[in-house]
Each structure stands twice: as structure tokens, then as C-alpha cells.
Design a protein around this ligand. Structure first.
Ligand code: PEP
Ligand code: MG
Length: 580
């Protein structure tokens, strides 16, 4: 029987199943007499403490086996558990409302989850999954049923579960695990991230998995195509044994080549850089052979300092650390891109009907020159090593760019007056993510050192779809000829002026898009650190000249599916592709 799910960690594995069906916990609801409320609150606090201890043990069990920054995930969970608002709300329900600990906790979790969802910030919204996961764990302690998942020793087993929390994933690592498959879960869940880091093939979101699966049954997990095969035939087992071997060989090769530059078979070099949101990701990026940072999203510094604003010194210290870690590679830092639906911060004014089309990014910072100049001076202070570049987001008109450059000049004079050293030649570039900017790229070219195409927003604005609205996600097509024409035009202008041109939107992480982007004339790709090895490997399989010809054909196509067909036939004729 074949079941489909979301592939979250690549690779192939076969083994016998170890099944874990989550027990539904009924949350009891009863009144607690006044005199017993303090003891009830103590019972809740003990369950919270036991869960924290469990997280700590899981973290220690993974130490040395995964990158240190992944261990921080457990600290994120500990911070959520220790959230004073969570405990205070639950205690209020116990003391003022006379609720029992289980029900008080459930109500408090609902309140905190609602606040996270209403924050408008994707990072906080995604933490709701973690909160719910932690909620179940604390409830298990309150019910006197702490989670125990034991995998028998001996032959490597395939773990099939309703869901796995990160700590359970961590605990399971003691045992010989060949693969994971779960009925719930998403690509961005921490469990998926840990599975990738442990290099264990994993598929999540497999509907009907636990009803169909049985303990000790033979199972194949295909973490490349998102398949779970229960009771495979002998032919299927043989087919997957050879796929697994080919995949291991492929990984060995791309890891060995990871540090080398990405050069096509006809000698054309594409710079592969990392997109970084948090400083911690630098280690993963460097381990995967990043040749610098192509996009540092500085808004996270503002979110970390919220409700205050980062000082010039805080800006300078963070950017200096990144530039030192990456030296001599270039680090491109994007100035604040707050606003729209993107991130929420108290400095933002309430928005009108269409925040995505409103005061966002430089539209916001240009209206707050003091805030903007604090960041620009921080950037200049960090530029003395000469490997820092500054990038302005969401540029729409040349006047806007000039206003940004004028403020930068004022900041240079401020620093000179103070005798502070900085790089007077600091490269300045723009994000090309508004169609007006892409189509008039030549008007910007003489004032910048580089272009960086932000396809996430460019596609949003070109196709008139909110990038966060699932109901129009079907129109989000990076292969649409309108998108290719914009990218192609910016590349042509850059080439004529001898400028670097990067793509830093999510499409840069997709090896299927690599031949098209290279063929259109992109000189750099900046992507999620996890994508670096594979995209660099994809470049090494390409012929630049063939990509150029393929891109010329694609530019003449009328629809996205026609372009997809052109890309597929290029791959079939010997282009790059992932194994499997
Ligand atoms: C983009 O728009 O493609 C981009 C990289 O910026 P962000 O995703 O931060 O808007
Ligand atoms: Mg953008």
C-alpha cells in the first residue's frame, strides 16, 4: 500500500515498523475548592518543571550529534514553557476561577496561541505548533502518563507515529532509526529540521498512516518523493535498496565538493551565498560552503530588541560579528523591511486596507530618518573590514533610491566628524522586487553596485497575489514568462553595466530553477543554507551555453506550464537533477 505525504528530509530507507499511536488525552474539568487551589497550582508547576527537565535531557542526548544551533530549538521550547504570561493566566484560572490544573492550562494555552496568531509575524505564528506540542507533553505529566517511546535495539527500525515532538525525535535518536513517517507535521516543524540534521529520511503529513500501519510490518520511506510504502513487494524492496545506495553515493559526492565553488562544466562560476535571518544560521551556512551572505534580513534584530529599538552600537556589534565570521566573503545586509503583512513592531503605524501595498521597507524607513540613520551608521561602523555591502529593500522609484543614498552620505559625514573608520567605498545595491523597478532597471544601474532580485515579492506584485494567501497560491508561479522577462531584463542591464546580479528569493533554493536562473544571466544565488549543497551540485552539472539557449526559448513561451516543459526537456537531455 502506497501513501503520500510531504517529504521533509531526503533519502530512502527500508525496515520493520515501530508504531506509536498518540493517545487522545481527555482534559478533565472540575471545580477546585478554595483551600486546595495552592496545591493545584503547585501540581501544574511540577508538570511544567518535569517537561522542562525532559526537554533538557533530550537536548543533551543530541549534543555532539547535530549542529549546536539546532540544540537551540530546545531552548526555544523551554522559553515558551517558561513564558510568564502562560503561567500567570493558568494560575489566575486556578486561583480566581477555581479551575483544575488541566483545564486551566488548556485555557491559558488557547489565550497565548491566539496572541501569537494575531501578532502578524510568521515566526511567532509558527511557534503555535510548538506551543501545542508542549501543551500535550505537560498534560501527559498532569495525567501521570509521561511520553515513553522505546524502540527495540537491534535492526534499524522505521518509526511510524501520529506525531513526533522535537524532544521525542531527540530521544529516539538513542535507538537505531532508519526513517520517520508521521501522520501530522509540516516542512518547517522543528522535528523536520532535526530529521534533516540527523540525515534520517522523513515524510510527514501522511493521511491515514496510523490506521493502515501495523507494528513490525515492512515499510519503505521515500524522503525524496514523499512516499510511504507499507508491505512492499520484493521488487519494490530491491528497487529501493539500489535507490538508497545511489542516494548515499550522491550525498558523499556533493558533500565532498561542497566547499569548492560552483562552476558549470564550461567554466562559468556562479557565487552561492546564504540567506540568513538569525546569527545562529551562520554556522550551518559555512558548513554547507556558503561564499558569503547574500541577504541578511535585519528585521530580526528589531524583533529581538522589541519593544525597544536597536541602538547604533547594537547594529554595529551584530553586523561586525557576521562580517568577521564570514571574512573574507561578502556579507550583504538589507536595511529594515518592516511593514505590510510581514513583521509587526510597535514602531509601525496602523495600516490601511492593503498593507502589502502600503508603508513598508524603505517607504517606512524614509519616513523615520532618525531610525534609518541609526541603522546606516551601525552598518558603516561594521564596514571597516571591507566585506560588507548595504542593500535597500522594496525600491520603487529612482527618487527613493536617491533619498536613501543621501541619508547614507549624511551618515558617512557624521562618522568622519567623529573620526570613526568605515569603508568609504561600501558597495550599495537594491532589492529588485517591485515590477516598476525591474522594468526600468537601467535607470537605477548607474547609482548602484549590484541588483538582488527578490522573487518572493516580485512574483507577489507581478501576479497580483498576496504571498501569504493560500487561496491564490496556485497563481504563484516562478516559471511564469512575466517573471522570467523581469529577471531576464534586470540581468541584461546588469551585464551591460558590469554589475553583479543575484536572486535571493526562495526560487534560488530550488535546484529545478537553477538552469533557468543561470541561463537568464544571474551571477549569484543566495538561498536557505540547507539548499546550498544541492544547488551548488546542480550548477556543476550544467552547461552555461545550453542554459543560455534554454532560457532564450523559455522567454518566448506564453505560459508557466510551457516554460516548465522546456525546463524538463532540458533536464532530460542531460541537465542537473536530484537523485531519485
Ligand atoms: C524576496 O522578496 O524575495 C525576499 C528575498 O525578501 P523577503 O522574503 O524577506 O521579502
Ligand atoms: Mg522581499
Amino acid at each position: 500500500m502506497r501513501l503520500k505525504g510531504t517529504p521533509v528530509s531526503p533519502g530512502f530507507a527500508t525496515g520493520s515498523a515501530c508504531t506509536f499511536v498518540a493517545q487522545e488525552l481527555a482534559i478533565p474539568r472540575y471545580a477546585v475548592p478554595e483551600g486546595e487551589r495552592a496545591a493545584e497550582a503547585a501540581r501544574l508547576e511540577a508538570a511544567l518543571a518535569a517537561t522542562t527537565a525532559e526537554l533538557h535531557a533530550a537536548k543533551e542526548s543530541l549534543r555532539g550529534k547535530v549542529a549546536d544551533d539546532l540544540l537551540d530549538l530546545f531552548d526555544v521550547h523551554a522559553v515558551i514553557l517558561q513564558d510568564p504570561a502562560l503561567l500567570k493566566t493558568a494560575r489566575d484560572h486556578i486561583f480566581a476561577g477555581g479551575l483544575n490544573a488541566e483545564y486551566a492550562l488548556e485555557r491559558a494555552v488557547q489565550t497565548v496561541a491566539a496572541a501569537l496568531l494575531a501578532s502578524g509575524d510568521t515566526y511567532f505564528q509558527e511557534r503555535v505548533v510548538d506551543l501545542e506540542d508542549l501543551h500535550t507533553r505537560v498534560q501527559r505529566h498532569l495525567h501521570g502518563q509521561p511520553s515513553v517511546m522505546a524502540v527495540p535495539c537491534g535492526e534499524a527500525r522505521v518509526v511510524l507515529a501520529t506525531n513526533l515532538s522535537p524532544s521525542e525525535t531527540g530521544n529516539l535518536h538513542h535507538a537505531a532509526i532508519a526513517a520517520f513517517a508521521t501522520e501530522h507535521g509540516a516542512r518547517t516543524s522543528h522535528t523536520a529540521i532535526i530529521a534533516r540534521s540527523l540525515e534520517i529520511p522523513a515524510v510527514v503529513g501522511v493521511a491515514g498512516l496510523m490506521a493502515a500501519a501495523a507494528a513490525d510490518q515492512r515499510v519503505i520511506v521515500d524522503g525524496v518523493n514523499g512516499l510511504v510504502i507499507l508491505d512492499p513487494t520484493a521488487e519494490e524492496e530491491a528497487e529501493y535498496a539500489s535507490k538508497a545506495e545511489a542516494y548515499r553515493e550522491y550525498r558523499r559526492r556533493i558533500e565532498a565538493e561542497g566547499r569548492r565553488e560552483a562552476r558549470t562544466i564550461d567554466g562559468h562560476v556562479i557565487r552561492a551565498r546564504a540567506n540568513i535571518d538569525l546569527e545562529d544560521e551562520l554556522h550551518t551556512a559555512m558548513a554547507a560552503g556558503a561564499e558569503g551572505v547574500g541577504l541578511y534580513r535585519s528585521e530580526f534584530l528589531y524583533l529581538q530588541c522589541s519593544p525597544n529599538l536597536p541602538s547604533e552600537e547594537e547594529h554595529a556589534a551584530l553586523y561586525t560579528r557576521i562580517c568577521e565570521a564570514m571574512y573574507p566573503h561578502r556579507v550583504t545586509i538589507r536595511t529594515l523591511d518592516l511593514g505590510g503583512e510581514k513583521y509587526f513592531h510597535k514602531v509601525l503605524e496602523p495600516e490601511g486596507q492593503n498593507p502589502v501595498l502600503g508603508v513598508r521597507a524603505v517607504r517606512f524607513t524614509l519616513r523615520h530618518p532618525d531610525l534609518f540613520k541609526t541603522q546606516l551608521r551601525g552598518l558603516l561602523r561594521a564596514s571597516a573590514r571591507k566585506n560588507l555591502a548595504i542593500m535597500f529593500p522594496l525600491i520603487t522609484t529612482v527618487d527613493e533610491l536617491r533619498a536613501c543614498l543621501a541619508l547614507l552620505e549624511e551618515c558617512k559625514s557624521d562618522l568622519e566628524a567623529q573620526g570613526v573608520t568605515y569603508d568609504p567605498e561600501v558597495p550599495v545595491g537594491i532589492m529588485v522586487e517591485v515590477p516598476s523597478c525591474a522594468l526600468t532597471a537601467e535607470a537605477f544601474a548607474s547609482e548602484v553596485s549590484f541588483f538582488s532580485i527578490g522573487t518572493n515579492d516580485l512574483i507577489q506584485y507581478l501576479m497580483a497575489i498576496d504571498r501569504n494567501n493560500e487561496s491564490v497560491a496556485g497563481l504563484y508561479d516562478p516559471m511564469h514568462p512575466a517573471v522570467l522577462k523581469c529577471i531576464g531584463h534586470v540581468c541584461e542591464v546588469a551585464r551591460a553595466r558590469g554589475l553583479r546580479v543575484s536572486v535571493c528569493g526562495e526560487v534560488a533554493s530550488d535546484p529545478v530553477m537553477t538552469p533557468l536562473l543561470v541561463g537568464l544571466g544571474v551571477t549569484e544565488l543566495s538561498m536557505a543554507p540547507a539548499a546550498l549543497l544541492e544547488v551548488k551540485a546542480a550548477v556543476r552539472n550544467l552547461s552555461y551555453e545550453k542554459c543560455r539557449r534554454m532560457a532564450r526559448r523559455a522567454l518566448k513561451a506564453g505560459t508557466g506550464p510551457e516554460v516548465a516543459e522546456i525546463v524538463k526537456s532540458h533536464a532530460r537531455a542531460g541537465g542537473a537533477g536530484r537523485q531519485g
